[in-house]
Write a protein that binds this ligand. Structure first.
Ligand code: NZQ
Ligand code: ZN
Length: 387
């Protein structure tokens, strides 16, 4: 196990009616707030009105930025930065899923930067300061509610790139599982696949001696396998929604990556090319790609990691490690399919036309992945396998 520093700086307020603590949390930072949200789910559910009335009660000034799209666009980010500057905003309150929180992080960093906010995604700059941010989570998936990462789409260049800094971790996040009752089957399944993918990214690394971290990852994976199908069948099942919500945060707040050099993250990088070009739901892309990535990288030297996962998570045993590893990969694909996720790119109408271009774009900063280094030709090959 390697040395590490671990600080998950976000205060989590978890459970029913935790919204009652919102105004006090906001006032720790400012009495001038920008509320950011998406394309209407929080209006329809009444959550936005509840939040506004709680803030108005405490005389907190509110501005709003609505219409943030899934795979959040740079245009919304620029709009948010302008509002924050013009209206002297002191805190951004993101109400929604990962896209809303990510856009809000980019706004928070862009507010404090004189240059173009896209510079953070192209690695020309790193955030040196940021507005404080709070979140009210409505979809269990990305872990954005408890980490410092954001992924932004530049619609002009069709690029989707990450940015990150500890400065962008939300100061607080309200996690009331009841807010996820209205998430439909498709997004619930995609969110579950995303949570599991975050665990895979930090599980499949070249490190050794991280038995505890890998055991935690296996426990969270089993939670997803148990509760994902229940949440899909019974959307208002509190325990299922609650377990998925906490799994979302724990899967990507840095915990399971501690003591390791770095996670793999190749599959996420490849998926971002798909959602940049085809506006695909992130978790759907991952559900398709991950089993193919696994088949591509599996070899006799690294099979033991797949064998461990299969044994601990799916109860798979076989004397032959390669057979056990392949059975594990098949079990993962079967689980995603059982949630209603596709297993091929053709099922979501993605043709093979741009695979070479996507391979090049995925590797624009150099080869990707650490469990197995992939160049652009390898990425193209994985896309070919997935078609
Ligand atoms: O826009 P509204 O109307 O709110 O509808 C949203 C959206 O259509 C809907 N939704 C959210 N909560 C709902 C709801 N519908 C009904 N009831 C509710 N309670 O769900 C749709 C998807 O929302 P979105 O925020 O896009 O989903 P998700 O949380 O999966 O976020 C995906 C984005 O996060 C990025 C992805 O790449 C993608 O852009 N990621 C961010 C990460 C991070 N910051 O650490 C890591 C991830 O790997 C990921 O890359
Ligand atoms: Zn993800």
């Amino acid at each position: 196990m390697k040395n590490f520093n671990f600080q998950a700086g976000t205060k989590i307020l978890f459970g029913k009616n935790k919204i009652n603590e919102l105004a006090n949390e906001v006032l720790r930072h400012s009495n001038r707030v920008l509320i950011t949200y998406g394309q209407g789910s929080v209006v329809k559910s009444g959550l936005l009105d509840t939040i506004k009335s709680k803030l108005i009660e405490k005389e907190i000034h509110i501005e709003e930025l609505s219409g943030i799209q899934p795979n959040p666009r740079l245009t919304s980010v620029r709009e948010g930065i302008k509002i924050c500057r013009d209206k002297n905003i002191g805190l951004i309150l993101a109400v929604g899923g990962g896209s809303i929180i990510d856009a809000s992080k980019a706004i928070a960093a862009g507010f404090a930067y004189d240059g173009d906010v896209w510079d953070f995604c192209t690695r020309k700059a790193t955030p040196a300061d940021a507005l404080p941010l709070g979140a009210v989570l409505t979809l269990s998936a990305t872990g954005s509610e408890m980490n410092g990462s954001a992924v932004i789409t530049n619609e002009r260049t069709q690029e989707k790139l990450p940015m990150g800094s500890d400065l962008l971790r939300p100061q607080f996040s309200i996690l009331d599982p009841v807010y996820t009752y209205t998430v439909n089957k498709w997004q619930t399944a995609a969110g579950t696949a995303d949570i599991m993918s975050h665990l895979f990214e930090n599980y499949f690394t070249p490190d050794s001696g991280t038995d505890l971290q890998d055991g935690i990852a296996e426990a969270i994976l089993k939670t997803c396998i148990k509760y994902g199908p229940i949440a899909i069948q019974e959307p208002r099942n509190y325990e299922a929604r609650a377990n998925l919500m906490w799994a979302s945060s724990l899967a990507l707040n840095g915990l399971t990556g501690t003591g390791k050099l770095i996670g793999d993250w190749a599959t996420h990088t490849i998926e971002h090319e798909l959602s940049a070009m085809y506006d695909l739901t992130h978790g759907v892309g991952l559900a398709i790609l991950f089993p193919y990535w696994m088949k591509f990288v599996l070899n006799e030297r690294n099979a033991f990691k797949f064998v461990r996962l299969g044994k601990h998570v799916f109860g798979i045993e076989d004397e032959n490690p390669m057979v056990a590893a392949n059975k594990t990969i098949d079990a993962i694909r079967d689980f995603f399919v059982s949630l209603g996720m596709p297993s091929k790119l053709s099922e979501v109408d993605i043709p093979d036309t741009h695979f070479t271009e996507m391979g090049k774009k995925a590797c624009q900063f150099g080869p990707i992945g650490y469990f197995c280094r992939l160049n652009d030709a390898a990425v193209t090959q994985i896309l070919e396998m997935s078609k």
